[in-house]
Write a protein that binds this ligand. Sequence first.
Ligand code: AMP
Length: 265
Amino acid sequence: MAAAKRAREYINFVPTMGALHEGHMSLVREAKTSTGKVIVSIFVNPTQFAPHEDFDSYPRVVEKDCELLKAEGVHAVYLPSVEDIYPEGFATTVSVKRDYEPLEGAARPHFFDGVTTVVSKLLLQTDADKAFFGEKDFEQLFTVRRMVSDLNIKTDVIGVPTVRDQNGLALSSRNAYLSKAEYDVAIHLNKILASMCDRIKAGESLKNIQKQGVAALLDKGFEKVDYLEIRDAESLKIVDEKTGPLRILVAAHLGKARLIDNMAA
Ligand code: AMP
């Protein structure tokens, strides 16, 4: 069995929810630099959406996605049905406990259990040797790493840097919800994070930088800030001052969109 496993081709796996953009494609291109086959999954996972969230309206363009993936030379696209992932009688939840003050988990308590359950299933179903995740969803990458390590899942988790558009806005399938006027507000998000990074480097108080960052977002036109936090980059714990690598993480609402982003500081 072990010998047969070793004889099979190396599997590089990229899980997505589709509506693919250059951010997803950078994961695919990174996967292609590794020997073996590249598998991409497209599955809009119902369990990571709360009833009031955008599961029904989430963009679905599977044919176009498959064309893009074919052009990119992907070896297989996995399009599971809901029954393939959650068959009749499915009763297991994979849940990662947090030892830091929740970020996404505070506003979206259902979210990470949905993600870790589906990702663990996808990693096992595809027998992935490597799986590629975007730093765009930094806390998700952090949580998946924890889960894979805790459960001895034999997949290397690879983080890939965030791809941004010409104005620095992190690419996201949900950017499609933005009107032109909202887009003009949205492009301030990364600029505010970058200016917070500069102020951290200059040695200003983290508390002040954080407070003024929230004020700047609201001033530029964001309607609600779920969180804007400066955290330890390795533990995601709250820090009072910079003693090592930090990460600024944000989630803010604009019209129908809830944008998330993060930056190393
Ligand atoms: P999604 O389809 O939104 O679930 O994303 C699938 C994968 O693509 C996740 O690992 C995301 O972190 C990653 N991703 C999404 N947007 C970007 C981006 N702008 N840059 C890099 N990776 C991204």
